[in-house]
Design a protein around this ligand. Structure first.
Ligand code: SF4
Length: 333
């Protein structure tokens, strides 16, 4: 059974949001309702958009450049980030993602769906310019970003490693028939030492990412021990770092046997819920099988807010034209 922290978190937040985001979306145009859920799932607020462009450029221009031992010009990289964001904005604004011949994979990095366009939300030119400015600022300041080693810049710290892999999605661990495949922003390695870096682009400090980082650490530990034997790597050989690109703050998360055991227990204890989620998925469920949240504050930030209300008002019948009118005429407070 595949266990996913983000799927479980979404399921707990709201069962129906989980259905909209994980169960029902389909990129095929043959089913307009499921296609619309795919578009909503992939839509981004301005804040998410800004973060996703920065993440993408850090992965493809900064880390990849350092991996290839290139001399980087951070101002040029920052400009590339802004140009990518401008192309994404134009793609979203022209609603090209609704064109049948265009796929997300085919379009590549320029593919973008912004909620201001999808849900026709009001926005100002100033808000868009702020996004471009932030993207440029954050990317150009990568040149001065500190690293886990005092006095060493992050770019030099990355180059110090022989193994540099951005956006890792293939490392997993398994126990008791449960398989966990975390996504790792950056994995660095030198000999039997590993550093896991999680990039953040947020000015609020309320979320706790320790569990996600520990899960990533377990996957790296498990993979190395499987390949080279248990004595090759221990938890003390792995460091977990959360790096905030916006505030330039670094936070080290503990990774000890205690944290590992507690996390394994957590996954195991929540496995029943994950099994239930997957069982419901395999039975071709209906939206009504997934109850809505009883905490209205959750809905405020939900991508599926319009669809959720529309279906409730229309006896779960979806009509593309009616839905579009509903979005244009409905205002949430
Ligand atoms: S709008 Fe609220 S109830 Fe509906 S899916 Fe989103 S979080 Fe759940």
């Amino acid at each position: 059974m595949d266990w996913s922290y983000s799927a479980l978190t979404t399921f707990r937040r709201c069962n129906r949001q989980y259905y909209f985001g994980y169960v029902a979306p389909s990129h095929y145009f043959t089913d307009p309702y499921r296609r619309k859920l795919f578009e909503l799932k992939n839509s981004k607020s301005l804040h998410m958009w800004q973060g996703s462009v920065i993440d993408y450029i850090v992965e493809t221009e900064v880390v990849d450049g350092l991996r290839k031992r290139k001399k980087l010009n951070f101002n040029q990289i920052a400009q590339k980030g802004v140009e990518l964001a401008q192309r994404q904005f134009a793609f979203s604004e022209s609603l090209k993602y609704r064109e049948k011949g265009l796929s997300k994979a085919g379009v590549g990095a320029d593919y973008c769906i912004l909620d201001i366009h999808e849900s026709q939300k009001p926005y100002t030119e100033e808000e868009i310019q702020n996004v471009y400015t932030q993207i440029h600022d954050v990317l150009s300041k990568f040149s001065t970003l500190k690293s886990p080693i005092d006095g060493r810049l992050m770019s030099n710290f990355i180059e110090d490693h022989s193994l540099i892999i951005p956006n890792v999605r293939f490392i997993k661990f398994e126990f008791e028939n449960i398989r966990v495949t975390p996504q790792i922003d950056l994995l660095l390695g030198k000999g039997n030492k590993a550093v896991i870096i999680d990039w953040k682009v947020s000015d609020s400090d309320v979320s706790d990412y320790s569990l996600q980082l520990i899960i990533a650490g377990i996957a790296v530990l498990y993979t190395n021990q499987q390949r080279f034997g248990k004595a090759y790597m221990r938890s003390t050989d792995i460091e977990l770092w959360e790096v905030n690109l916006l505030t330039q703050e670094l936070k080290k998360h503990p990774f000890t046997t205690d944290e590992i055991n507690q996390t394994i227990d957590y996954i195991y204890l929540n496995a029943d819920e994950s099994t239930l989620m997957q069982k419901q998925e395999s039975q071709k469920p209906f939206v009504d099988d997934f109850p809505i949240t009883d905490k209205p504050s959750t809905c405020q930030f939900c991508k599926f807010r319009y669809m959720c209300s529309y279906l409730l008002e229309n006896n779960y019948e979806y009509n593309e034209q009616q839905y579009s009118e509903f979005v244009q005429t409905t205002e949430f407070t």
